[in-house]
Design a protein around this ligand. Structure first.
Ligand SMILES: Nc1ncnc2c1ncn2[C@@H]1O[C@H](COP(=O)(O)OP(=O)(O)OP(=O)(O)O)[C@@H](O)[C@H]1O
Ligand SMILES: [Mg+2]
Length: 485
């Protein structure tokens, strides 16, 4: 028996002995027995070198709420319980995606922190405020540790337990995919199989992106220290089918974040945008796909500038005339570039923290530079046509091969033809029941040859058009010169 058990039981042992003694004395009133036990406990507390901290499952008035600390401790202890406790309880918790194990009532597990030993015990007792909305029994965890380490335990250790417990909860919870319509979010369970393992791209680039994401998700203290809101913007750009959307799903899966797929075209105006964004929880990715199509973000500021110039000119002509203020109410009630910039920079977008804002586009050159400057879109990631390194990833994933005699030919062709990873993946889909990868690779070679040929024809056609245009321009110039003479 450990020393702390001896001390914990000492009170009851002394009390029981005294009770037996009292029985001998016969007819000891209940109140006296109670007092004997109480003073024995006080005595033990005085000499006992251990402290105990209790965390109740239910808190608040009338025990109506489940305690956050209790839930975090439960998650924290789950791995320790599964290796140490003799009696376990298993269940799939609400909003969780995996089986959670926890120690049964009146079990105990030990833990270590900076070389110190501590003990967690689970217990339950009858509720003294029973009502129809609270259970009859109240559960709790009790932490026992040596008095000497009080400061370390009450500060760093408990912070560590709560932080780690919450991280475990976040990893296990079911993630959600939110979409907006009628100025409200609705959600489904997010179950996308994409991961960074299955994403075919240059391994170095992939590693860099993963490290960047993990560094972000663990940098709460850094952001706090340097006084920045805990958010980061990513711009993913590249031709269709190069894996932009797949990468976003992989990001959400890697970090365990929820995904808010914001459809800007169905947001009425900047106010509605703000309202929607204030409802976004932390640990989430706010995604705006095809940003160049979502809004006239490229031209709106320019247009506005032109409009102001036009108003000024009109005013000079007729000072009485009012500018075209409300004339385009409908146009103005749309989400604007400045509204979007406010959303990225605004104070309210930082409420809750830990958010990624991701934009995707096929045409990065069309975007307003203000939108994609550092601090708004911090990291620009280009996803491009499939080259050999990415192909190897796809072959490993789809065909489970790491080499093949046809790889040499494919390598040459991938340098010459532009095929997106989506197109390459299509060729690698199972072609025959036999599962022989040669058929898929041959199909890919044909696809690459076709793409190469099409590119050659297009280049020839473009060259011809260019030549024709140059000839016509020369002719026009000749005409001008003759006319001048
Ligand atoms: N880099 C990649 N690695 C693995 N699979 C890929 C990759 N790129 C594309 N794919 C496959 O192609 C399909 C389409 O890719 P995805 O939707 O991610 O492309 P996208 O870049 O978002 O295209 P778009 O610009 O048209 O939205 C995916 O379902 C995935 O299976
Ligand atoms: Mg996409």
């Amino acid at each position: 028996m450990e020393a702390k058990d001896m001390f914990a039981n000492l009170g009851s042992i002394i009390a029981s002995s005294m009770f037996v003694w009292a029985m001998f004395q016969q007819y000891v009133p209940y109140q006296l027995q109670h007092n004997i036990e109480k003073y024995c406990q006080i005595l033990v507390r005085f000499v006992c070198p251990y402290i105990q901290i209790r965390f109740d499952e239910l808190t608040g008035d009338y025990d109506m709420f489940r305690s956050e600390a209790y839930t975090a401790i439960q998650a924290y202890l789950s791995s320790r319980s599964s290796t140490q406790a003799k009696r376990l309880k298993a269940d799939i918790a609400k909003n969780s995606q995996s089986l959670a194990l926890r120690m049964d009532d009146h079990e105990e597990v030990a833990d270590e922190f900076q070389g110190l030993k501590l003990w967690w015990a689970s217990g339950k007792e009858a509720s003294n405020t029973p009502s129809y909305w609270t259970p009859e029994e109240k559960r709790y965890y009790r932490l026992t540790c040596h008095k000497r380490h009080r400061e370390l335990i009450l500060g760093p250790y408990l912070n560590h337990v709560i932080k780690e417990g919450k991280a475990i909860e976040a990893r296990n919870r079911q993630r959600k995919l939110y979409t907006n319509s009628d100025s409200k979010w609705s959600h489904v369970v997010l179950k996308h199989p994409a991961s960074f393992q299955t994403l075919a791209m240059d391994p170095e680039k992939k590693k860099e992106i993963m490290e960047d994401l993990i560094a972000f998700s663990t940098a709460e203290e850094f952001y706090e220290r340097v006084g920045r809101a805990w958010k980061r913007g990513y711009l993913l750009y590249g031709p269709p089918g190069t894996g932009k959307s797949s990468m976003i799903a992989a990001m959400a899966n890697l970090l365990g974040y929820d995904l808010y797929d914001l459809e800007l075209t169905s947001v009425k105006n900047n106010t509605e945008l703000r309202k929607l964004l204030m409802e976004v929880s932390s640990k989430s990715i706010i995604l705006i796909e095809d940003i160049d199509c979502s809004l006239d973000l490229t031209g709106q500021r320019k247009k506005k500038k032109k409009k102001n110039e036009k108003d000024e000119a009109e005013k000079k002509k007729d000072p009485q005339q009012k500018p075209e203020k409300e004339e385009k109410e409908t146009e103005e009630s749309k989400v604007t570039l400045s509204g979007l910039l406010n959303f990225i920079d605004g104070l309210w977008s930082a409420c809750g923290g830990e958010r990624l804002i991701v934009f995707t586009t096929n045409y990065v050159e069309k975007l307003d530079p203000a939108l994609i400057r550092s601090g708004r879109m911090d990291k620009h990631i280009e996803l491009s046509y499939c080259r050999f390194e990415a192909f190897k990833g796809l072959a490993k994933n789809y065909l489970q091969i790491e080499s093949h005699p046809l790889f040499g030919r494919i390598r040459e062709l991938l340098e010459e033809a532009n095929l997106s990873p989506a197109d390459v993946a299509e060729h690698l889909m199972p072609k025959r029941a036999s599962g022989d990868p040669t058929f898929s690779l041959e199909s890919l070679i044909q696809g690459l040859q076709k793409a190469k040929e099409e590119a050659r024809l297009k280049a020839e056609e473009d060259a011809k058009k260019k030549e024709q245009a140059a000839k016509e321009e020369a002719k026009d110039q000749e005409k001008v010169v003759t006319a001048d003479e």
